[in-house]
Write a new protein. Sequence first.
Length: 398
Amino acid sequence: MSSSLPRRVEPLEILDDPYPTYADLRVAGPLCRFGPGVWGVTRHADVTALLRDPRLGSEFPADYHRVSGGGGPATQLLRRILLYRDPPAHTRLRRLVGKALTPAVVRAMRADIGAIADELLSAAWERGEFDGVAEVAYPLPVQVICRLLDLPVTAGEELRQRATDLGRAFNQIVPQEAGPRADSAATWLREYVSDQLAGRRADPGGDLLSQLLAAEDHGDALTRDEVVDNAVFAFFAGFETTVHLIATGLAALAADESQQRRLREDPSLIPAAVEEFLRYDSPIQGVARLVREPVELGGRTIRPGRVLVLMLGSANHDEAAFADPGRLDITRHPNPHVAFGGGAHLCLGAYLAREEASAVLGWLVRRGATLRSAGAAAREPGSPFRGYARLPLRFTTV
């Protein structure tokens, strides 16, 4: 590994734009030190391979979770959801949960997703100026996941806030002030979902909760706790990363009128544009994996018990994999980004996220609207995701 070191940068500089720092780290070597026993993997080829490497796991010891976030309800929930389980438990949970969240389920929701996007964006159009986060990026996926789970849309705002508080528990080290809110949110969400499940057992429907209750494979079914925990996770995962995909996509478009014009001229580029948004400013910048067997990388042997953070954001800007990676290019092909992870833990909600982002772009194309910045945007601090807290935008006609 090279002994050269990246330049020193301030935390706010990284929050605003981490990609120059990632570039320095890739030049310095394939590994960077994150802390005691923790290494970051910087390059696309290594990240791609390690996402599928069975020597790495996602199921961390109880002590790791206690150090990371304490031993409260949020930590306990995280240890039970499929995201932090390894085979065979992960294989079983993913197979059963996957039966309730398939591409066919999302396709059946396409018209509803489009109608929600149209309502939100048309209201923003009437106002002229709007907050892309509060008025579009948050309410769209929250309303969609509420419909998928057959939860009252009127409860969406409280559910969103609780789920956002729970999301702080996904930090590698949970900020001290965020821990109690995450624990409170985990308890509240589990109780809320439990109450909803009682009604589904008595009168099941076609919603995601009913399907989770009914999910069975060769006589195997989810336990009550598995349904509750993974339904909470499904609600959280069903909107949180999509919020940031939509917001960062809108921000990227607002900063590049030529790409907006290209999209209006060729609406068939909408799917490729969504993939480029995922690469260009990935909502999930890194995922942690526990080393279970020795891994050789960068002239080092990473021993079992150590942690590798696979730096998805850095991999998606690696010059060895992407030409001119700092440029937004909605025609980019191929685009082997790793924004949704890979291997056994490839994001179950990827299809839904793509559908919702495509609905937003479809509306912009049909309306012939040009997006521009309407003021200073603010990044979301203290979040394990890369997104915006505020995104002032305005519409103009072509």
